[in-house]
Design a protein around this ligand. Sequence first.
Ligand SMILES: Cc1ncc(COP(=O)(O)O)c(C=O)c1O
Length: 411
Amino acid sequence: MNTLPHAARIPPDMLSEIADRVGTPAYVYDARALEAGIGRWIGPVGDPARISFAAKANTNLAVLSVLERAGIGIEVATPGELGRARAAGFPADRIVFGGVPKSREAIREGIHGGVGLIVLQSGHEVAAAIEHACESPGGELAAGLRVRPGIRAGAHPSLETGRADAKFGLAPEEVPAVWRQLAAAECVVPRTLAFHLGSGLEQIDPYEQALDLMLSLVHSLSDADAPVLELDVGGGLGVDYASESDPDPAALVRLLESRITGIPVKLRFEPGRSVVARAGVLLTRVLYRRERNGSPALVCDAGYTDFARNALYGAEHAIVPVHGELSGDPNVEVLGPTCESGDRLGTGRRLHGVRPGDLLVLRDAGAYGFVMASNYNSRPRPPELLVRGDAWRVVRPRESLEDLWRGEVAS
Ligand SMILES: Cc1ncc(COP(=O)(O)O)c(C=O)c1O
């Protein structure tokens, strides 16, 4: 069992009971681990309002409301995430509409929803925000600009977002003119410069490099009508899925705070994965065993439609039997049931003692797990459950077959 305080600790007998009563596959989150996960950030940052949990990592309402009760804010990428944040109890002024590509309609919805900050990342977003700013409920729109710092941060190529060729944000040299344009616009108060380097980062030096670039922009805008008040350093701090030690948010916060000593800006953090990844597991049952290329493979009832990270990024999460031990050579593949050969949960595992019907738990599945599930092969998405101490409850039921074709019309 993982002993990190922010890792789910769900007793095997409870997992068996859940499998019997709710079925498999199922996502199970541990409320205390979620609290510990956000606590790792609140401790060093101090003011919880300067943390905006990146909703994209896990948008289950029960998970969000556990985090909301810690007093933090939330970063949303779409009107859908904005709606979920509100439904989970986040007040509008604690919501950051983040710097990912947004349609004109999405920007208007965010403004009408009264978000506390909107981060703009292209000329068309800036134009839309200026057009609608006076419609914001308070009559004033707090705005930020996402900068593309041009830094390689060492993440999986699909998860690196701060490179010079990334599709996100403005190049540093574009920023001063756009900032001044916002400062001159009616009802707009530019406040924040933001960056997000990528997801799953193991090193903290790239943040320091990016922050230094932001500080040079702060300096060049010191004579603007609106000074830069806040630097949003995005999310991205990784989880070491192969071990039980993670990069420490406190080290990152200390490093970045030390760089802004004496400069009148505040920092904002948007962690997602590092808060919730360890707090959830995916429970699955083995359907059958087969030999492939002389090695055993376990075909499970969960597949890449439920948990996409191995198929998408080659991510290898710990997979352990709920009852029983790891044994034998590390050569067992764990596969999903769908019609794709690439449908895998893990490779090279010591799962020789596992038999059809046994339960497996895929650990550290609380981030980018359920949120990336699909209905491919018309598979209903799994249920989500929340455990607190010795009690558990379903916080999103398994989809029914009728859910799959709701709203469709047979012609
Ligand atoms: C703008 C922004 N902020 C924060 C995050 C959260 O990143 P992570 O879950 O790696 O902390 C993301 C993830 O893609 C993002 O795009």
